[in-house]
Design a protein around this ligand. Structure first.
Ligand code: PBG
Length: 325
């Protein structure tokens, strides 16, 4: 009979002891902050469903990047909202596109901040899907060429890492190959390896103006009911050359993060997505939860599950809280 010999409360008696036996530590170093880059100048447009997040023109993006860096957050991930969208998402691989300009501008002013780019077509296509469409179908192989071109254009603009989020089969290999043949063999790829067809992306689609004009993303993103399939997706991406693999969303998928961490030796990233963020913001606004405490608990749980890196809209608030404590 363990009790009264075993009393786990002994190690919870006071803060000093609790800190000594704490298993999981969160640091600003773990975080990546997403930024939405739009066209124009002096633009800082509220994203209604994501309080505290904005669509920013390139000049404003640089200012935001400076704040991120000052808080000790090592990296940002850039999403683009182009002025024009078309069937083939040509702005995605335009050397003068919003993301390409933002990469240069950030690297110029804040060279130590790691600039990661989201590589996908959905923000740039008129139909809002992540690939090329023919007869209502999202075509896999012809999309790879465009994704590779997009990744290369980000690399040429000075990106430090590319992160394909489209879920087309074979895209990591296609991107690795084009990068290597153009002298970017040292540029890492963080793949959105296990990305689910999730309703938690709702607010992001307002932010990035990327809601599909018809249908949904279920023919390329994963079924939320599947667990083992995530490991298959991750194996394929690692074999194709992914340096970091991501699980997305994070909070409803902590089991997947844990599985991936246990099964592989590569760093694991988790994307604490827009809907997860907006729910916290909304409940806090209603006065129903303590925003900072809930945020820290969520981020700690994602790290505890096995994430080495967390992409989160809470990054600046979390860094402020961590820097204070
Ligand atoms: C682009 C992309 C999406 C997100 C990141 N990259 C949206 C989607 O797949 O529909 C979602 C991020 C978030 O919800 O915070 N494919």
């Amino acid at each position: 009979m363990p009790f009264p010999i075993h009393r786990p409360r002994r190690l919870r008696l006071n803060k000093v002891v609790r800190n000594m036996v704490r298993e999981t530590y969160l640091s600003p170093d773990d975080l990546i902050y997403p930024l939405f880059v739009t066209f124009g100048k002096g633009v800082r447009k509220n994203i209604t469903s994501m309080p505290g997040c904005f669509q920013l023109s390139v000049d404003e993006t640089v200012k935001e990047a400076q704040k991120v860096h000052a808080l000790g957050i090592p990296a940002v991930i850039l999403f683009g909202i182009p002025e024009h969208k078309d069937e083939r998402g040509t702005e995605a691989y335009n050397a003068k596109g919003v993301v390409q300009k933002a990469i240069k501008a950030i690297k110029d002013k804040v060279p130590d901040l790691l600039v990661i780019t989201d590589v996908c077509m959905c923000e740039y296509t008129s139909h809002g899907h992540c690939g090329i469409i023919k007869n209502g179908r999202i075509l896999n192989d012809p999309t790879l060429e465009l994704l590779a071109k997009e990744a290369l254009s980000h690399a040429k603009a000075g990106a430090d890492m590319v992160a394909p989020s489209d879920m087309m089969d074979g895209r990591v290999a296609a991107i690795r190959e084009i990068l290597d043949t153009h002298g970017f063999e040292d540029l890492p790829i963080m793949s959105y390896a296990a990305k689910y067809a999730s309703a938690f992306y709702g607010p992001f689609r307002e932010a990035a103006e990327s809601t599909p004009s018809f249908g949904d993303r279920k023919s390329y993103q994963m079924d939320p009911a599947n667990r083992r399939e995530a490991l298959k997706e991750v194996v394929i991406d690692i074999e194709e050359g992914a340096d970091i693999v991501m699980v997305k969303p994070a909070l409803s998928y902590l089991d997947i993060i844990s599985d991936v961490k246990d099964a592989f030796d590569v760093p694991v990233a988790a994307y604490n997505v827009s809907g997860e963020y907006s729910m916290v913001k909304a409940a806090a606004k209603m006065g129903w939860i303590d925003e900072t405490k809930v945020m820290m608990e969520i981020l700690t749980s994602i790290k505890r599950a096995g994430a080495d890196i967390i992409i989160t809209y809470h990054a600046m608030d979390a860094a402020r809280a961590l820097n204070k404590s």
